[in-house]
Design a protein around this ligand. Structure first.
Ligand SMILES: NC(=O)c1ccc[n+]([C@@H]2O[C@H](COP(=O)([O-])OP(=O)(O)OC[C@H]3O[C@@H](n4cnc5c(N)ncnc54)[C@H](OP(=O)(O)O)[C@@H]3O)[C@@H](O)[C@H]2O)c1
Length: 382
């Protein structure tokens, strides 16, 4: 497959016989060079020659910012300003950062927010109003206060700038756009049921009674599958955020408070330090062993499930039948089942690895290319 691009101002439109056309330049800024942001920087660097050759598209990295520093005009030779290299940094200031990325030449600009920060999400409306596109795996905006989310939507609607957030649910899996495509083509959502956490999927795939539940949490923690504080996974709040994002995508005015979240952390371990929680995690074992015994007695297995239908939104551990799709998920698989008017007898299922910096960065990169596509990048089969 080759890809040709024909931006509105491209000489290609006026003189198609000319062999050389200037590249279509998109200015890019990355907020949050952590695990996902660093993977995105690597992917951008590796894909650059191909995008230029096949698409005549230049994604020009202009700046990178973490919570304290920003590197302007960053050529990302492994982000060398960060490690005492040639580049210099200055204190982070997000609006200055955005203005710098946008520049004053009228080239399109995209900010990739790879943080998990509300402070960054607070800036989306202003950036979009100024015509700066935003792509992100950060769940804060799409699952945060409804009033802010509506302001963000209004700003994008008014300016025409785009906001894409495929990486917020299912990491690299096509979940948000699948739902949007179903609805945009006139289908109606009946229900969503999903295993939306790679960490919890791994834990319940492994939890068969051979080891206490807390031993598996410790193993997941040691393998880097959990957040630094495993309560962030066990509380179910991250899954609840993903459910809110899907509900809003389906046109429902849902907020986090509307989700019935049945967390796994006992109340008396919710407020203590991480160290104290880790020491006392064995408190989870007996209740979890009892639940497992009840599930087995009924012929089922335990899974962490998110549900959305016309009446309720809930997140928690359930016993599911052994022939249910969730019983056959592997490793850190996410599984999302969309029951719709069209997919009523047999739900549409999206399944695959639902966590990891590389696949999440690829979702952000794909969103970035979606923005470029909306501005004139064309794929063709010639
Ligand atoms: N990792 C995954 O597998 C995965 C999967 C799906 C979705 N996600 C989402 O992807 C995002 C990034 O995850 P990650 O694992 O890469 O996290 P991470 O390694 O903790 O990186 C977060 C980055 O955000 C920066 N940051 C925090 N607050 C900021 C602020 N106010 N302004 C600018 N930068 C700020 C941090 O900078 P400092 O170092 O200065 O704090 C850091 O560079 C999160 O929203 C996460 O939920 C991750």
């Amino acid at each position: 497959m080759s890809i040709a691009i024909a931006p509105p101002h491209s000489p290609l439109r006026a003189a198609p016989q000319r062999a050389v056309v200037s590249p279509f330049v998109v200015h890019v800024g990355i907020v949050g060079p952590g695990k996902v942001g660093s993977a995105l920087l690597t992917q951008l660097r590796l894909a650059a020659p191909r995008l230029l050759r096949h698409c005549n598209l230049e994604l020009r990295l202009r700046a990178v910012s973490d919570s304290r520093h920003m590197w302007l005009d960053c050529d990302d030779e492994a982000l060398n300003g960060r490690t005492h290299g040639a580049q210099t940094w200055r204190p982070a200031e997000l609006d200055e950062f955005a203005a710098y990325v946008a520049g004053d030449r009228g080239d399109p600009a995209v900010l990739a927010d790879c943080s998990a920060s509300d402070l960054v999400a607070d800036r989306y409306a202003g950036w979009l109003a100024a015509g700066i596109h935003v792509v992100t795996p950060n769940k804060r905006a799409a699952s945060g206060p409804l009033e802010r989310w509506r302001r963000i939507g209004a700003a994008a609607g008014a300016s025409g700038a785009r906001l894409h957030y495929e990486g917020t649910v299912g990491a690299g899996l096509p979940v948000v756009h699948t739902l949007r495509d179903l609805l945009d083509t006139g289908d109606e959502l009946v229900a969503i049921e999903g295993m939306l956490s790679g960490t919890l999927a791994w834990l319940f795939n492994r939890f068969d009674g051979a080891l206490p539940f807390s031993a598996l949490v410790r193993e997941a923690h040691a393998r880097g599958y959990t957040e630094p504080d495993p309560r962030d996974d066990l509380s179910g709040m991250d899954v609840a955020r993903k459910l809110v994002i899907l509900a809003r995508e389906a046109g429902r005015s849902l907020s986090l408070e509307d989700v019935d979240v049945r967390g796994l952390v006992p109340d008396d371990l919710a407020g203590c330090s991480r160290g104290v929680f880790m020491e006392n995690m064995h408190a989870l074992d007996e209740p979890m062993a009892n639940r497992l015994a009840r599930a087995h007695a009924a012929g089922g297995v335990l899974r962490h499930v998110a549900r959305l239908d016309g009446h309720r939104a809930s997140v928690g551990v359930e016993a599911v039948d052994p022939d249910h799709a969730f019983a056959h998920a592997r490793l850190t698989d996410n599984v999302i089942r969309f029951a719709t008017r069209r997919y009523c007898d047999n739900a549409l299922v999206v399944q695959g690895p639902g966590a990891g910096p590389e696949v999440t960065a690829a979702a952000v990169f794909t969103d970035l290319l979606r923005v470029a596509g909306a501005m004139g990048v064309k794929r063709c089969a010639c």
